[in-house]
Design a protein around this ligand. Structure first.
Ligand SMILES: NC(=O)c1ccc[n+]([C@@H]2O[C@H](COP(=O)([O-])OP(=O)(O)OC[C@H]3O[C@@H](n4cnc5c(N)ncnc54)[C@H](OP(=O)(O)O)[C@@H]3O)[C@@H](O)[C@H]2O)c1
Length: 289
């Protein structure tokens, strides 16, 4: 499934276990603040992005919400066409704090429901992730959020969450890029029917000069980011690249402009075993320290 954005760009979607459709490319907004956040989200919506990823931590929910409201007012998009994600921050774990944090996000965004709400990190040392996830399941029951999920959950905490709460998250949003394709975790997701979203899908630019990627990019006459995002989409994942640049916004959305061969997909996945970087950022087992 999918939809036509502007400029003849087709954006594929996946169906979550709860029946909702999630666009396979979304806009990441970490490190976008103030007028920049407004400008980039507004430009993205205008060119056809329908999936926006924010969080309490990013401190930009007001600007993201204002861009959404203005795009709707301008007739560029309807609320029903959008897929808006936010996340409960670590300090707000626990039943009451999480429910309050959700209401604050909703108010800051100026929305009356979210499409997806995530537990941002498991913080295993605190032992509150099951209670926090159950709290957002209650919000789902009240109809204020369409889908619920988690982020940065590794195998042990995912298995514990599902057995303790009896609820399977619709999404797990995790660090994932060439060199760190998270094969064991994705196998668990597949078994449980969880969609994987890749954060830092471009490894924040780190992988874009790798010869496997530049070689495939040259072969197809596209830029390296397009190869990485196509690899993720063709592998059945969602990706939420962040860019502050208009030209890159469009490039990143246009994942259907190329198809990778099975060998190309395999060579990108094989970067896990040589030449790739492995995990680049915080290991959720040890966060917060
Ligand atoms: N759940 C979590 O714990 C978690 C953690 C981290 C991130 N996230 C989410 O995931 C999103 C994406 O991750 P990220 O922002 O860390 O990293 P990313 O999307 O992998 O990389 C962003 C960087 O790549 C550059 N870039 C973007 N498109 C490009 C292109 N076409 N060609 C060359 N460079 C390009 C951007 O530069 P310019 O802006 O200068 O274009 C920026 O420096 C975040 O924004 C956030 O929404 C979630």
């Amino acid at each position: 499934m999918g939809f036509m954005a502007n400029n003849d760009v087709f954006v594929p979607t996946l169906t979550l276990a709860d029946g909702s459709e999630i666009p396979q490319i979304g806009l990441g907004t970490w490190m976008l603040h103030g007028d920049d956040a407004y400008r980039v989200v507004r430009a993205a919506l205008e060119m056809g992005y329908r999936h926006i990823d924010t969080a309490t931590l990013y401190d930009n929910e007001v600007e993201v919400g204002r861009a959404i409201a203005d795009a709707i007012r301008a007739g560029e998009v309807t609320r029903e066409e959008l897929f808006i994600t936010s996340k409960v921050w670590n300090d707000d774990q626990g039943r009451e704090k999480a429910q309050k944090a959700f209401q604050t996000s909703l108010t800051l965004l100026g929305l009356d429901y979210l499409d997806l709400y995530l537990v941002h990190w498991p913080c295993p040392q605190r032992g509150l992730y099951n209670e926090t996830f159950e709290a957002i399941a209650t919000i789902q029951g009240l109809g204020q959020v369409q889908s619920i999920g988690v982020a940065n959950f590794y195998e042990e905490v995912m298995e514990d969450l599902v057995s303790a709460t009896g609820i399977v998250p619709a999404v797990n949003q995790v660090e994932l890029h060439p060199g760190f394709s998270q094969a064991p975790l994705r196998a668990l997701h597949e078994r449980l029917g969880i969609v994987t979203t890749a954060w830092a899908p471009l490894a924040r630019g780190d992988v874009l000069n790798h010869s496997v990627i530049t070689g495939i990019a040259q072969e197809h006459g596209v830029n390296p980011a397009a190869v990485v995002l196509r690899w993720l989409v063709q592998s059945g994942l969602v990706a939420i690249p962040k860019t502050a640049h208009r030209q890159r916004l469009l490039e990143n959305l246009n994942v259907n402009k190329l198809t990778l061969s099975i060998d190309e997909v395999s060579s990108l996945t094989a970067m896990d075993h040589g030449g790739g970087s492995g995990r680049l950022y915080t290991d959720p087992r040890n966060f917060p320290v």
